[in-house]
Design a protein. Structure first.
Length: 167
């Protein structure tokens, strides 16, 4: 007695449709695309993010992790500007929710952050003032005093014109 393992037409259609649906779900899962853009006024400044060169402004780069980033901006004729820029975590990237946003949500989520900065023209110090400062440092050193070469602005101060935009 020979058994036939033949599948009926409707069963085959249902099976193929199920396989195609599962394949589509696996292939078409969503993802989160993160991108930060740095703009300066004037444009054309060299930008470093976390001590890695990313290019001349306006410039965009993908990123993986949220948090505080060190952004340094360099342009001839302008003061070099360094700041700590916060990129807060959006609600859909909190634990548990991030699994759904990254793997199960069938659409792409785009998270674009922008940081904009106004550069300050470089201050030219007259030679007389520079020599006075050097002599003062020399005298302090001879007296055993240690004086910092420059004083950093308090962390709470930001450069005028610095702004963060984005979601």
């Amino acid at each position: 007695m020979k058994r036939s393992h033949r599948i009926s037409g409707r069963r085959l259609e249902a099976w193929v449709l199920t396989v195609v649906a599962i394949g589509a779900c696996v292939v078409e899962t969503g993802c989160v695309r993160r991108r930060m853009t740095v703009r300066t006024n004037p444009p054309g400044a060299l930008v470093f993010v976390d001590d890695q060169e990313i290019g001349l402004t306006p410039v965009s780069t993908p990123f993986t992790y949220y948090g505080t980033r060190k952004i340094q901006i360099v342009k001839d004729g302008y003061e070099t500007f360094t700041t700590k820029q916060k990129f807060p975590t959006p609600w859909y990237q909190y634990p548990v929710l991030d699994f759904f946003a990254e793997n199960l949500w069938p659409f792409e989520v785009r998270d674009e952050r922008a940081a904009e900065f106004d550069l300050m023209p470089q201050q030219i110090v007259p030679n007389e003032k520079l020599m006075e400062r050097a002599e003062a440092l020399r005298q302090n050193n001879l007296q055993g005093q240690v004086v910092p070469m420059w004083s950093a602005a308090p962390a709470s101060q930001q450069q005028p014109g610095a702004a963060q935009t984005g979601s």
